[in-house]
Write a protein that binds this ligand. Structure first.
Ligand SMILES: Cc1cc2nc3c(=O)[nH]c(=O)nc-3n(C[C@H](O)[C@H](O)[C@H](O)COP(=O)(O)OP(=O)(O)OC[C@H]3O[C@@H](n4cnc5c(N)ncnc54)[C@H](O)[C@@H]3O)c2cc1C
Length: 415
């Protein structure tokens, strides 16, 4: 692989990591990192957490400008890719340029799903995905008194924490019957429901939004619910999940279905095109299910994997998924993919402070969700990485002491 080198489409977490890992791994050809946002690649997780409180844009960037120059990574911001011409191995840019590649890595991320109800175009109706959104939200929050959040997932709950801490009367409207239902078990949902309510956040479950009410100035003044109730608001966040940016790939004839379809080595149907991060739908090795994950771990690990694969590694992609969230109720950490559990065993951490839920499907250990139990989270990740996998019987024998169990495996490995 020489002349044209690697083109990376999307300069977010996965795109940046692909470029950095290629160079770190010894790739000597040209690397071109193309992203349509302004500025350098940055981390998104703080946008719904510390950034809302403190700002500090400079802490968000993944690397300072000299990193890219020093490592010979050609990076272009404000650069939108309009099409992929697979027959000529080139991407077509919105400004008319054409950049050829030997290998193309699609790291296009996802965008907010939005809501098809009246009023979403009013002023003071906000969304959160990008740094530009977060800057706008900080300005709006400074003047807000009553905030309504539509969607009780991670972003909605983290934003609720920040808004409430800033003194705003805060309401979360969630259509489902529990919080974060897509990602956590009911014990953890219940823990966070109690924590948000205890802090003074008004959480409405099973509540459907009818429309957003506007005032004479064209700004949001409230949210109307399907049952006829109205909630006053001078700021409304829509946080109803994301959709993967897979249209470019689909238009180029690559398969896409809730994400760009990739095989066990993260290649699309075209051997010259890989896909990584939020936009990629891959087959999870442990469960055999095709999934798409929206997490820093997934973006970074898939990027590292694809870089290593381009450099010659032949292993299939197989990593332990993990995630975190900061909100009222403590630090939530998830190890493994716990959706589909038919048994949950809740217990306290050894120091008594943390809540831990081990999740199983039959005899298979799926993973552990925990609150303020970082040592148990790390132990769970170690256990999930074992081959053959640790099963329910073994965990039960150790009375769910994941640290002791992980320690015993490590001791055996060393012996
Ligand atoms: C507010 C917020 C909080 C989060 N908190 C957490 C957390 O606590 N823990 C966690 O694990 N994860 C968290 N996440 C998720 C995590 O940030 C994402 O999973 C991760 O950023 C995915 O990386 P990515 O590179 O796949 O996509 P992105 O970071 O979205 O990057 C994709 C990039 O491609 C660009 N792009 C798209 N189309 C084009 C095009 N046609 N041409 C050029 N560029 C294009 C996009 O604009 C974007 O810059 C959070 C996300 C958000 C938004």
């Amino acid at each position: 692989m020489t002349a044209h080198g690697i083109v990376i489409a999307g300069a977010g977490q996965a795109g940046f990591q692909t470029a950095a890992s290629l160079r770190g791994g010894g790739y000597t050809g040209p690397i071109t990192l193309l992203g349509d946002e302004p500025g350098l690649p940055y981390q998104r997780p703080p946008l719904s957490k510390a950034y809302l409180e403190h700002g500090a844009d400079d802490r968000l960037v993944l690397r300072k400008p000299h990193f890219f120059a020093k490592h010979g990574i050609g990076i272009e911001a404000d650069c939108r890719i309009d099409a992929i011409d697979r027959s000529r191995q080139a991407v077509m840019l919105a400004d008319g340029r054409r950049i050829t590649y030997d290998h193309l890595v699609l790291a296009l991320g996802a965008r907010n799903r939005g809501l098809s109800i009246a009023g979403t175009d009013l002023g003071r109706v906000i969304e959160l995905r990008t740094l530009a959104h977060a800057r706008h939200i900080r300005e709006q929050l400074a003047a807000a008194h009553r905030v309504v959040i539509i969607g009780g997932g991670f972003i909605g709950l983290e934003f609720a924490t920040a808004a409430h801490k800033r003194g705003c009367a805060t309401t979360i409207v969630e259509a489902g019957d529990r919080l974060m239902a897509r990602a956590v078990c009911d014990t953890i949902s219940a823990h966070y429901l109690a924590a948000h309510r205890q802090a003074g956040v008004d959480v409405r479950l099973g509540a459907k939004v009818s429309h957003i009410i506007g005032n004479a100035e064209g700004r949001a003044a409230g949210v109307a619910l399907a049952d006829g109730q109205t909630l006053d608001a001078d700021l409304v966040l829509i946080a109803t999940g994301v959709v993967p940016n897979s249209e470019l790939a689909a238009a180029a004839g690559l398969s896409a279905d809730n994400g760009i379809l990739v095989d066990e080595i993260l290649l699309t149907g075209d051997p010259a095109v890989s896909a990584v991060g939020d936009c990629a739908a891959f087959v999870h090795r442990a469960s055999g299910k095709r999934i798409r994950l929206e997490s820093v771990q997934n973006a970074a690990d898939q990027a590292k994997y694809v870089a290593a694969r381009i450099l010659g590694s032949a292993q299939p992609y197989d990593t332990v998924a993990w995630f975190w969230s900061d909100q009222y109720g403590g630090k939530l950490q998830i190890a493994g993919l716990t959706a589909g559990a038919d048994e949950q065993v809740a217990h306290r951490s050894i120091n008594g402070k943390g809540l831990i839920v081990d999740c199983f499907c039959g005899s298979t250990y799926l993973g552990t969700e925990s609150v303020d139990a970082p040592a148990e989270h790390i132990a769970a990740r170690k256990l999930l990485g074992l081959q053959p996998p640790v099963d329910k019987r073994t965990i039960t024998e150790f009375e769910h002491d994941l640290r002791a169990l992980a320690g015993s495996f490590l001791k055996n490995e060393r012996a």
